[in-house]
Design a protein around this ligand. Sequence first.
Ligand code: 0A1
Ligand code: ZN
Length: 880
Amino acid sequence: MSKETAGNTVYRKNYSPYPWRLLQAKFRFEIDAETTRVFTEMELEPGGGHSKAADIELDGQDMELVRVALNGRALEPGEFTCDAERLVVHGAKAGGRLEIESLIHPQNNTALEGLYPSGKFLLTQCEAEGFRKIAYFPDRPDVMTRYDVTLVADRSRFPVLLSNGNPVESGELDDGRHWVRWVDPFAKPSYLFALVAGDLACVEDHFTTRSGREVALRIYVEHENFDKCSHAMESLIHSMKWDEDRFGLEYDLDIYNIVATNDFNMGAMENKSLNIFNSKYVLASPDTATDADYQGIEGVIGHEYFHNWTGNRVTCQDWFQLTLKEGLTVFRDQEFSSDMHSRAVKRIQDVRDLRSRQFPEDSGPMAHPIRPDKYKEISNFYTMTVYQKGAEVIRMYHTLLGEDGFQAGMRLYFERHDGAAVTCDDFLAAMADANGVDLELFSRWYAQSGTPELSARGDYDQAACRFTLQLSQKTPPTYDQPEKKPLLIPVSMGLLTRSGEALPLALEGEEGHPETRVIILDREEKSFVFNNVPEHPVPSLLRDFSAPVKLDYPYSNADLALLMAHDRNAFTRWEAAQTLAQREILANVERRAKNQALQLDPALVPAFSALLDDMETDPALIAEALSLPGEEYLAEMMPVIDVDGIHAARKFVKSSLANTLEKPLFDRYRSLLSPGPYDKSPASMARRSLRNVCLSYLMETAAGIGCANEQFATSDNMTDSLAALRGLVWSGAPSAAAALDTFENRWQHDALVMDKWFAIQASVPGPGTVGRVAELVRHPAFSIRNPNKVRSVIGVFALMNPTAFHASDGSGYRLHADKVIELDALNPQVAARMAGAYNAWTRYDDRRRELMKSQLSRIAATTGLSGDVSEIIHNALGME
Ligand code: 0A1
Ligand code: ZN
């Protein structure tokens, strides 16, 4: 990827292949925390795009170069140049064997990219461009080669030495060091390289693939966590089985290693046969992990495992294609979780997440298509858009082609591209060719940013028994793209009678489909005429959220109540409840702004009360329906965000419902008490989920504190303990401080549980939390060097607690900016995530805009600001 730069922006259109073919890469790492010596040996020959005069350009950062030799001859100064970003070997002609010796200093690496320390061990993180901090190398995903890696280290400090592939040899040196040689038989790009060295415990199991390969499964953790790996191991086994059953994909090596670390910038990393995980996504026991943690572990273990085919066997040509592996792999992990648990609940949770985090990204200064056209710092593009909207795009292929058509497309994709580095266009072509369809129009989803607005209108002709549904679309301009074109939007739908019966769906000239069908909007406007419709129907639209759009249909509240009670599709039933609640909350935001009294539409009460009385439906679904839309999503609905109004109105609606429905809430809460000890079955998780939603409503009533105190005192699991603690702390209960102390005393030695203790306090609504956060960052268990701690305190406060972060005196912004600046000097990637808190700054009132702008300017003016934070801040400032 030639980094043709215009103020160091990288453009997709400037892609050109690497002029050399890399036949082999051999490494010898003499590992030591202070200084690690790296010997690199590469076999190069001219490749596609090679010109005779070509130099050999290698990426390299934060390293010391000791020696370079070509074909056995040490190069003289003048035969190569080396600067802070690359090593260039001049006049390499036909290539040959290039040898390099270099030094790195892992101990000083606080950015957690490259080779770095965590606790008492050393590990690597290479995606996207971290390998260049380990060795001089063509650090780009389209350069794939086989790795032969020898690790040498002191046996007592580093008894475990791991890399990708298989251990083929090992031995002892007479100075107390030992060595292991690992060979990975699969060619791979450098971002999938990993090494781990240290004293770790290993939990082992095995899996037999359906063609009979015996795979050793090993999870490496720090010794004290040895007993917290069983759920991760089970999840891995389930993932391997599921990928065989649903996608026909088998594991391809004899070893699958996972290493858990407390110090990780992201969730986990899919390095070939040596995954590295944030310990949050490995370690669990009922008393330390919540049900959400258990599900998160299953999802992330699945995600990394599924990358072995979608990402590793077939990888990305360049980083603009990131969604090729990420959107697809998120889709696969979503499907895995849906097949393992409730499909409807998973869909609801994913859509909630998309709306509250991806929609704002698309309407803010970092808006980009799922396949971006340019970037400054690639780490800033591991986004909700590339991942979650990318997964929605894959889901639309699935909706359009069906499971069989989709799987045929996947088979063709692997047939054509196994072992190669390819593009999103290649994926689309495989889907189109396998199904004999033209997906030209669909390709716009890759190129266009922004959330499309889908507007639907119905017209009923009684005499002709005909219902006409008129659909139209418009994507508002985004910061990166002023002009938008119509997209291909699949709309899954049904029609309901006023008594909730499903009507057959017969378009003109058709026999009719029962209950659900997918109609396709492929231009700006289109009408669909349904025949034999005996009465004015209520349309059920966008079932299962068949496209990532904002839907507008003029439903009456009665229509919504009907859909909520009778629609065949669980997602649209939930959606109707959300829309009802959202209308009610936004109406109260308006009343409050006009100094009018807040009020609850009495029609809402029976709809919510019916949910509490429903003993048939999955309790987890009822819990979702009772959960009001979040403040971030409500903010998306307002041209000027009224932070305090949204919070007050939402609280008013919740509290009014809670006090009106106190008795049924209390009864349901009581009835859901688990009869026995904790178990992690989906049914038990569903009961806890509904019970704790009831508790959160009850916290608005006189009964709440009593329930929470009792639950906190008697719970045998983290899900219930934490829900009770949150209830007490958020409601400012007299017992809250003591409960926090009890919790802290019990868990002070467990980093992951302490993250929860921090997060609960940083999430308390209201400006008072600014002072509390200032105290939390001074707590001995807090460390700004640890990303999980940063996310639990600064991330929760700045990205998930609007009434605290946006405290009207600007104190939240000041504190946050101080921390972003401090963090940037240590870990730019995580600092850049935190800096995203200002992304919607132009949508607030004048006073807050000014206050935010001055902090943005202060950050921008910091000397030595990283490229990561600079890109985020300058984009935000550029919005004016
Ligand atoms: N490929 C990983 C995500 C990941 C990206 C960057 C990282 O370090 C900066 C780490 C992980 C995934 O999708 O799981
Ligand atoms: Zn991924």
